[in-house]
Design a binder for this molecule. Sequence first.
Ligand SMILES: *[C@@H]1O[C@H](CO)[C@@H](O)[C@H](O)[C@H]1NC(C)=O
Ligand SMILES: *[C@@H]1O[C@H](CO)[C@@H](O)[C@H](O)[C@H]1NC(C)=O
Ligand SMILES: *[C@@H]1O[C@H](CO)[C@@H](O)[C@H](O)[C@H]1NC(C)=O
Ligand SMILES: *[C@@H]1O[C@H](CO)[C@@H](O)[C@H](O)[C@H]1NC(C)=O
Ligand SMILES: *[C@@H]1O[C@H](CO)[C@@H](O)[C@H](O)[C@H]1NC(C)=O
Ligand SMILES: *[C@@H]1O[C@H](CO)[C@@H](O)[C@H](O)[C@H]1NC(C)=O
Ligand SMILES: *[C@@H]1O[C@H](CO)[C@@H](O)[C@H](O)[C@H]1NC(C)=O
Ligand SMILES: *[C@@H]1O[C@H](CO)[C@@H](O)[C@H](O)[C@H]1NC(C)=O
Ligand SMILES: *[C@@H]1O[C@H](CO)[C@@H](O)[C@H](O)[C@H]1NC(C)=O
Ligand SMILES: *[C@@H]1O[C@H](CO)[C@@H](O)[C@H](O)[C@H]1NC(C)=O
Length: 879
Amino acid sequence: MKLYQVPVLVGLATSAFGSALVPRQASNESCPGYTASNIEDNGAKVTADLKLAGPACNLYGTDIVDLKLEVEYETESRLHVKIYDAEELAYQIPDSIFPRPSSEAADPSNSLLAFSYTNDPFSFRIVRKSSNETIFDTSAASLIFESQYLRLRTRLPESPHLYGLGEHTDPFQLNTTNYTRTLWNRDSYGVPVGTNLYGDHPIYFDHRGSSGTHGVFLLSSAGKDIKIDNVGGQFLEYNLLGGMFDLYFMAGPTPKDVSVQYSEIAGKAVMQPYWGFGFHQCRYGYRDVFDVAEVVANYSKAEIPLETMWTDIDYMYLRRVFTLDPERFPIERMRELVDYLHANQQHYVVMVDPAVSDREDGIPNNGYTDGVELDIFHKNANGSGYYTGAVWPGPTVFPDWFHPSTQDYWNKEFLEFFDAETGVDIDALWIDMNEAANFCEWPCLDPHGWADESGNPPVPPPVRNSSGRPIPGFPGTFQPPQSARRLRARQSDKYLGQPGRDLINPEYEIQNAAGPISYKTIPTDVKNYDGSHQYDTHNLYGLMMSIASRNALLARRPERRPLIITRSTFAGAGSHVGKWLGDNLSLWDHYRQSISNILEFSALFQVPFVGADVCGFGANTTETLCARWATLGAFYPFMRNHNGDTSISQEFYLWDTVTEAAKNAISVRYRLLDYIYTHLHRQSTTGLPLLNPLFFQYPEDENTFAIEHQFFYGDNILVSPVLEENSTDVSIYLPKGIFYDYWTHEKIESNGSTVELTDIPFTSIPLHIRGGSIIPLRAESANTTTELRKKDFVLWIAPNENNEAEGSLYLDEGDKITQDATSEINFSYANGTLKMTGTFGYDTDVVIQNVTVLGASQRGEVVTIEGPISLNEEYSSGF
Ligand SMILES: *[C@@H]1O[C@H](CO)[C@@H](O)[C@H](O)[C@H]1NC(C)=O
Ligand SMILES: *[C@@H]1O[C@H](CO)[C@@H](O)[C@H](O)[C@H]1NC(C)=O
Ligand SMILES: *[C@@H]1O[C@H](CO)[C@@H](O)[C@H](O)[C@H]1NC(C)=O
Ligand SMILES: *[C@@H]1O[C@H](CO)[C@@H](O)[C@H](O)[C@H]1NC(C)=O
Ligand SMILES: *[C@@H]1O[C@H](CO)[C@@H](O)[C@H](O)[C@H]1NC(C)=O
Ligand SMILES: *[C@@H]1O[C@H](CO)[C@@H](O)[C@H](O)[C@H]1NC(C)=O
Ligand SMILES: *[C@@H]1O[C@H](CO)[C@@H](O)[C@H](O)[C@H]1NC(C)=O
Ligand SMILES: *[C@@H]1O[C@H](CO)[C@@H](O)[C@H](O)[C@H]1NC(C)=O
Ligand SMILES: *[C@@H]1O[C@H](CO)[C@@H](O)[C@H](O)[C@H]1NC(C)=O
Ligand SMILES: *[C@@H]1O[C@H](CO)[C@@H](O)[C@H](O)[C@H]1NC(C)=O
């Protein structure tokens, strides 16, 4: 959320910071680099000492004289290289926040990659052994390792195909010249191109066509500029504000192999409840609980399936977390609303922010008093009192996720406020503003006097004072008034960051679009409970809130999968939560851009449950944009219509075209729900992505490398939305092979070419099924996912050139963390015979009604097998 627009401060705000303005005279070229000695090679592990090779250059701080190198062949496809200070003071992310993968101590002779080095000056190379191709080579520039600046540069081949390094809204295939990707999490309303956004995912995929794909992950939460340029030879360069070099090299050799290998480092994606794939509706600015109820009723009347209703910060008393506005969202009405939703197989979600109001006027503010009692809020850098910034409720304090009592605090607030018997019985959670966002600029000397132009805090809308419309479906009394893992404190004081640094104003300035690093967040000199500082851990705040929130939901309902959608993420977030792409705008550009963003999170960053705000958050949508967006959004893993408080309303039922588009699209989405749920289960167990960029499926087809407006939903459904306003045409790329039009079942034999599609109604979206696949679909859609689960299946067989196809179907109860029984069914079709094999533990009355072979009529074959076919046992039959 949030329509809180700030001027972009790049290059301006620095005037407040004397020394940062003074250009450095020292030359980076004069930095001496390091010399390696005491090299020990124990097979799977290589270690060495690195010593500064000449007079310190002290470019942006103090050169560290003694470093250590540690190289480990962790698996046959993964090599780990660490360069850290011999004193072991430089910041390292604790294992409790990012658990390192365990090493299998692979035999280097079996490794797909090889490490080699040069002693003096020290540099290292990583080579793909099958081709002897160098994939990483740090001789491109001298290594710099200072207290507040680290630099490592690798050579790259000319015009490389690079992807990743999020979060950003830049082209999917990264620019290779004059490109800087700054990673410093920030509240980035309007998700501007070319700037740092909400999350930090420092992994890139380097795709080299037929010679393979590899991945490089830098495990670092430091503020950073990653530069890609070709001045003096193509390179990629890390510029860090602190920490160490902790690099993982993943050998691939296919793009999907890299995804799997990265999932072994970042953690497997968390499984979401089945109903999470239903359609969600939200907006900022519903004025009261009656407004919210009316939206539910209007969706029902329009017969657009609404699975989950959401409420933004509007429900809170003066925007204070863990409170209800007693006049607009009173507890009795809120409980009736939630009961109504539950009785109709629907769900309810609200937002929670990390920042807690420090005001105690009005109704009880337990979030504050409980936090004070446990003393879990961040203190000022000088240790005096709580650091106070300003967020939605005005002056606020911020939970310190490193404090050992913060989890207990968070659990308590959730158990009380979201109590199923007495509180707001939510089904899932939405967390926001966790970059952490702060409206008050550094140094925020007067948070209680701070005000923005929209008032501090924002003024709630007037209370309804006359009897309103009755809301269909709600009781007569429901009417407007007549008037995982716990975070542990660390045991040692190693790795907490070097003492004596300038934590507010480092000499190297990353290109943070919000200005200096303490702007619009918790100041970077604020200390965490464990002795580390926000300077080193800022980018972890959203991940830590995600982990604590997941634990808090588990404390409420230990057996059920918590569905949590966060705004700020760090590498590894996908193993705890899902993600929405923040405050986009109702623009065609943002509709198009969302495609690369869902691909990045799902396929590259291992955060598969992701979506952008459908129809756009800020600015005003139009009927045709919202219609097209409804059809595209149906192929986001997470589909939610969400809107800003000053925008025109955009619930799907408000326009005829959009109503029809949404009905069509949600119907297809629901019929394919088990297909994509099967892919989520696969990603959560193997790391194979649930969405695929085209080059993941066709890694040797160069035409696919830059494609960013088409994608595969699962492995086999190619989604190719219309891209231009008012247009009903789109030019799409169909890779070589057989495809079938989803809507007409027409068979297309492509030789790998661009195809013009015309006359696509605003209510539809081009979809093609890849030859070689078997798609399980529900025979029909339903108005809720609970109803959907009762529907039978049909199978569509889409044969390839060899008249073969395969597919799979995962079935379980849909909501429990530990499933008593599951089925993992594999379908195969060859030589006119369909086979079902696998495991059949999930007993179900739902059957396969019939099986259709697409395109088969052209070959004069039998088209269908009439069912029913049981899903509880193996099957084999000829056509
Ligand atoms: C050294 O600094 C100059 C000027 O800032 C820059 O153009 C150049 O790319 C830098 N070289 C290296 C190797 O970092
Ligand atoms: C790679 O280089 C090594 C050592 O020079 C050599 O033994 C090997 O045959 C080369 N492999 C390939 C695929 O060129
Ligand atoms: C590089 O990009 C910056 C910022 O986008 C721009 O101002 C500059 O002109 C570009 N430099 C070159 C050489 O293209
Ligand atoms: C990337 O390059 C394209 C042209 O190749 C340019 O239009 C775009 O602005 C660049 N984006 C960034 C973020 O540098
Ligand atoms: C619901 O529908 C009614 C009747 O069409 C309309 O007057 C009302 O504005 C709608 N409410 C909302 C919140 O969309
Ligand atoms: C869905 O349809 C069923 C059966 O037609 C009906 O009982 C139920 O109220 C509907 N639910 C919603 C949320 O519209
Ligand atoms: C959106 O439309 C409303 C109502 O017409 C208008 O007041 C507002 O300024 C518009 N917002 C933008 C960003 O155009
Ligand atoms: C699309 O059509 C509308 C209505 O005719 C018009 O206002 C708008 O300018 C058109 N947009 C473009 C990009 O042509
Ligand atoms: C297969 O089942 C679907 C869904 O019930 C039905 O619409 C279709 O007509 C059936 N096809 C055949 C050939 O029986
Ligand atoms: C299909 O038949 C061909 C030719 O009879 C045979 O070579 C092939 O192995 C068969 N495939 C399968 C999967 O049985």
